[in-house]
Structures are given as structure tokens and as C-alpha cells.
Design a protein around this ligand. Sequence first.
Ligand SMILES: Nc1ncnc2c1ncn2[C@@H]1O[C@H](COP(=O)(O)OP(=O)(O)O)[C@@H](O)[C@H]1O
Ligand SMILES: [Mg+2]
Length: 323
Amino acid sequence: MSEPGAGIELSHVTKRYAGQQQAAVEDFSLSVDPGELVMFVGPSGCGKTTTMKMINRIIEPSSGSITIDGQDVLSLDPNELRRHIGYVIQQIGLFPHMTIAENIATVPKLLGWSKERTGNRVDELLRTVQLDPGTFAHRYPKQLSGGQQQRVGVARALAADPPVMLMDEPFGATDPITRQKLQAEFLKLQADIGKTIIFVTHDFDEAIRLGDRIAVLSERSRIEQFDTPANILANPANDYVSSFIGHGAGLMRLALIPISDVELDAPDASAPAVDADASLRDALDLLMVTGAERVNVPGANGSLTHAKISAALNRVKQPVEAS
Ligand SMILES: Nc1ncnc2c1ncn2[C@@H]1O[C@H](COP(=O)(O)OP(=O)(O)O)[C@@H](O)[C@H]1O
Ligand SMILES: [Mg+2]
């Protein structure tokens, strides 16, 4: 059981650090739907962390307004506010002298939960992030791998079941393989819990992979485009966004289109087979690897060719539906 997400609205938010000529964040306005996973992607120094930290008021905005579920966060007690927002920081940030269980129990403890309720919640969360409570609860952070520590960071942020989660490059410190695993786990988890999440990354692939919508940011947190991954890949708003996507936009888009979206040819049992719930990228991959002209999709009683795959890419390119 989990509390559903809350909507977040930032309106004309600006942050000027003392002694800085330029604003770090300038006139930032964005609205996040309840239960939505929004990615902030942009280069280092563009203001992602500053923008995010104003939502839980680790940094106070210089001007503008921020609401969660319609409530003005600037009118709330900052400590109280932070207990209701899960936060995963850039460098994991587990407390080194506390056990894993104590780390996860930080916010429940502040909220005055009983020992029993806290203990049950810690065990439940450890299992949620694929760590066996018997093995890990009483270890210290340094006795865990980077990927395991990241999972604990996520569990700690989820402890009091907050409607909103802020995640600042949470998987940034892990190696590529661990990272992919954490991303896949995280997507599964989010499908269950449906939190409203703002997730900061400088990795465009990660943004495409995880986001319901992506805000592509440039200097001073300027929003260059805010749209779904498919729409951004198909129709980048400007050169800045195009250069951020880099090469391989076609392949990235194919990875977002399920085979089930394509009208298939008749089945061909002699062709190599691909799952019906795979993506067009998987189908293309199989064509390339096998050198076949066609792949069979037994689960959808059809088959498809390279030409079909190209056509699907071009078909969804033009009219872009608002999400
Ligand atoms: N405490 C601070 N005081 C002054 N300038 C800061 C402070 N924190 C960040 N900045 C500046 O604000 C800009 C945005 O930083 P940040 O939000 O950390 O970017 P990002 O998370 O996108 O890398 C940068 O130019 C950074 O140097
Ligand atoms: Mg940052």
C-alpha cells in the first residue's frame, strides 16, 4: 500500500546565490502531474540541483512560488515539509556510522513511529529494493557495494511513504551494468508505487529510459523542451535539444515503440522469433544478428520486415500528439 503522488507546480521560480552575477535558476515554470516521473536533464552546472532543492527548501528561492498538491511550500515549516518529501542525493549520502536499518529508519524515527512499525517498514523496504533484511539490515554502508548502497538510498527516501520523491542523479556513481539494473528495478518499483518523482540526470539515455516526460534544460535551468521521450526524439524543439540527443535518435525511438503498435504481416514460422512485448529495436536487432529478412512474432500471430520497422519510425514522426 502506498500513498498516491501529488502534483507539483513551480511558477516563475528564480534563485540568485549571494555574490553571483547571474541567476542560477531564472524564471522557471513547470507543472508535474500526480504520479508522473519527470526527468530534468542538462549539462553540469545548468541549475538542476538548485531547481530541485528549492522544492524541499534545502535552498530557498529568491522569488516565485512552488506548490505541492496546491499547497504553498514556502508557507510550510521546512523540517515538516522535508519529512513528506523523499530525497535521494547525488552521492548516496548514507550515514556511515548507522546500520542500514537505522539509515532507512531516519524519517520514521523523526515522525515518532513505534519500534515495531518502523522495524516492519524497514524489512518491507529492504525486500522492495531486492536486499535480504536478514543479510543487510545490520550491516554498515561501507560493507555494501555501490549498487547496494544506492538501493538503500532509495529505500530510505521511501520510508515514510512520501507522495513526492526528489532524486538527484541517484544512479550516477554506479558502473554502467549496475546502473542499468537499478534503472530497470526502479521502473518496476515506480509502476507499483506511482509516486510523483522529479529525477535529475545529465545522461540523456537515462532520461529517455525512465521519464514519462523530460525537461531538457540549458543554462540557468532554462527549459528548452518539456515533452514525452518519444516526442522529443521525433521532434527536437531546437538545435540545443538535437545536440543533446546526439547520434542514434532513430534507434532510441525504436526502443520506445512496442511491436504491438505495428500492423504486422502474416506470420512466418520459418523466420526467427521475437516476443510480442519486445520493442522494434529488439526486432531490428534480431534482423541484424540473424541476417534474416523477416522476424516472426508468434505471440501476436504476425511477422515484420526491416521496411515495416522504418515505416513505423516515419509514421510516428510527423503529427505529434500532445501527451
Ligand atoms: N551554494 C552556491 N553558491 C553559489 N553558487 C552556486 C551554489 N551552488 C551552485 N551554484 C552555482 O549555480 C549554478 C547551478 O548549479 P547546480 O544547480 O548545482 O547545477 P547542476 O546540478 O545542474 O550541475 C552553477 O553555476 C553553480 O556553480
Ligand atoms: Mg547537480
